[in-house]
Design a protein around this ligand. Structure first.
Ligand SMILES: [Cu+2]
Length: 110
């Protein structure tokens, strides 16, 4: 999914929420030695006129934590993104990521 900032002022994604999870975090992945680790970041900068891709394997993703129920393949749910300047934007998300066993409590949104 692309986040784009068509305005002439920088914006920031400051939080997100969805009815299907109790907590949503913005995560950044980085290599720590040989291990890929993700950590929560307080905000994601969106420079003016630029777009940022949340892609599979990319450095940034939105992480749904403490899911209220396991997500089924093909299901859709709304995700509200809150921007510092741009306010709230609701997007629909499709579940299509194959999940591993033991991953049922959390999900990545790309
Ligand atoms: Cu994550």
């Amino acid at each position: 999914r692309h986040l784009s900032n068509g305005g002439d002022k920088a914006d920031r994604l400051i939080s997100a929420s969805t009815p299907v999870a109790r907590a949503v975090e913005i995560h950044h992945m980085a290599m720590d030695g040989d291990v890929m680790r993700m950590r929560a970041i307080p905000a994601l900068d969106l420079p003016a006129g630029q777009s940022l891709e949340l892609k599979q394997g990319g450095p940034v993703h939105v992480m749904l934590l403490d899911l209220k129920q396991p997500l089924k393949d093909g299901a859709r749910f709304p995700l509200v993104l809150r921007f510092e300047r741009g306010g709230e934007k609701e997007v629909m998300v499709w579940v299509q990521t194959p999940r591993r066993r033991g991953d049922e409590g959390a999900a990545h949104v790309h």
